[in-house]
Design a protein around this ligand. Sequence first.
Ligand code: FE
Ligand code: FE
Ligand code: ZN
Length: 303
Amino acid sequence: MLIIGSHVGFKKDQLLGSVKEALLYNANTFMFYTGAPQNTLRSQINDNYTNEALLLMKKNNIDINNVICHAPYIVNPASNDKDKQEFAINFITNELKRCEQLGIKNIVLHPGSAVNESREDAIKNIIFVLNSVLKHNINVKILIETMAGKGNEMGITTLELKSIIDNISIKDNIGICLDTCHLNDAGYNLNEFEKYLDEFDQLIGINKIGCVHINDSKNEINSHKDRHENIGYGTIGFETLINIIYSTRLEKIPKILETPYVGKNEKEKIYPPYKYEIDMIKNKKFNNNLINDIINDNVNNIK
Ligand code: FE
Ligand code: FE
Ligand code: ZN
């Protein structure tokens, strides 16, 4: 069975609101940040919302094991600054505790950037931070995301990810989150995705993949840019993304859309595309009028 959802909000009513939003998109999973992705301000988890959310998930056959949390991207586990390392360890540990309280089993983490240091040192720092977090023995798996290689981003090749994972002491609590836009921008040819998986399996093991972010890319292969595009509207293309989504080797892995909102113009991108993209994916049929359909439906609904 296809397990598909998108990035959703986590606002005043917390997980309950996230589930409700996912259901609007006809999704059977979802991904959320426990607060704004750009900052580390976090509010107290309210168990009443969580319990209502769990009931609603049960009613709609959303398996919490497939639900993903995403850590904010301003923590830098690769930093060589002792204060920043300590901040990252504390923040990620608390984020894991929040996941545990919510019943969430998987959290995606960006490995960070090598700032004023070699990539070798950055890898050592990532390993140190991850092992420091994992020794608290919180029962939540950290999924390191494959990155596009923008600036000095780490985690852009399978080998680099391997060199991190191989040195993690508690192997059961570490995994990988693939991101199709990032893989494309990092230089992997996704028309040969099964080959990519073969290599990944040899070096790391396919069983380590815990989530796949499904995004098209605004930029060419190997551009190291990281700008997501709507499904079928970028350089990766609909067919290739469908092949990845339905790859039998990733059947039980949740697929999460992180594509941009759409709108009439650049300034007004206010409509989520997820319901429509999930529909295209389920039907395996590209809609070349997607953006207009979304805008028209939303405008008609408001009338
Ligand atoms: Fe991410
Ligand atoms: Fe991603
Ligand atoms: Zn991205």
